[in-house]
Design a protein. Structure first.
Length: 260
């Protein structure tokens, strides 16, 4: 009858040994080395039969188990008092080194299993990029008088009173209006004094407001229109000369003729 084996995959010889110990339900500190060694060798033989590549680590462990097994089969020496000075550090129990390796491997394997579970749990969590949620925050209005005391409020109240007093001050502003007719008369009077000729710049030789300058220019244009004066230049870019006509300089201007 042909026996079929189903081989599990182990990460190394220590992993296989732990599997065999757990399966046999024995204490790792008291390993039945003969049974475990026989089961280990059967597994390695099955790997060879199934043409599974047997790494050197499994073979080294097989040799180690056989060495421990042979030491365990040797008769034990009689119990004598140990000479500590002559003791060279060799372990009394040939399984001690293997037990230490198995304990360390079991610890790291448990940690690896725990990390694998955490990885699985974390893989079930889906995340997204953080977003700006400031638009959903509750808007807290700032207190405009935060940090102020009664003295600051009193000082602000006094300043407000002073501003209120200055606002209630009423000032009357009187505007001196110069008419074109009056300015025309002043120009004619100036021409009479200057013997009928005056430079254009002399009409603005004193400080005039914008309104007075405009009125003066309009008055001069009106006098030119009425052929009371004439303007000319001797050469290009020279001063403009305003000259009065003798037949019109004595003409009196009436109010009906000029109403602005």
């Amino acid at each position: 009858m042909k026996v079929l084996y189903k081989l599990d995959v182990f990460e190394g010889p220590l992993d296989l040994l732990l599997h065999l110990i757990d399966k046999a339900e024995v204490d790792v500190y008291n390993i039945p080395i003969k049974e475990i060694t026989d089961q280990y060798l059967e597994y390695v033989k099955a790997m060879e039969e199934f043409e599974i590549e047997v790494t050197s680590e499994f073979l080294v462990m097989a040799a180690t188990l056989l060495s421990i097994k042979s030491k365990m089969l040797l008769p034990k020496p009689p119990v004598v008092e140990l000479d500590l000075e002559a003791y060279d550090g060799e372990e009394l129990d040939p399984r001690a080194e293997l037990i230490q390796k198995l304990l360390e491997y079991r610890k790291y394997k448990a940690i690896a299993d725990l990390l694998r579970e955490k990885e699985l749990d974390r893989s079930l969590v889906f995340t997204r990029e953080p977003e700006d949620l400031t638009a959903f925050l509750t808007q807290v209005e700032e207190n405009p008088v935060e940090g102020l005391d009664i003295s600051d409020l009193l000082l602000a109240f006094r300043r407000s009173l002073r501003k209120l007093v200055s606002r209630t001050t009423v000032a009357k502003i009187r505007r001196d209006e110069v008419s074109v007719k009056d300015r025309m008369g002043e120009i004619i009077q100036m021409l009479q004094i200057k013997r009928g000729k005056v430079l254009f710049s002399k009409l603005f030789d004193y400080e005039l407001t914008r309104e007075e300058i405009i009125v003066t220019f309009l008055a001069m244009l009106e006098l030119m229109k009425r052929k009371v004066i004439s303007c000319y230049q001797h050469n290009l870019f020279e001063e403009i000369v305003i000259e009065a006509r003798e037949e019109a300089i004595k003409v009196e201007l009436t109010g009906d003729e000029i109403n602005y």
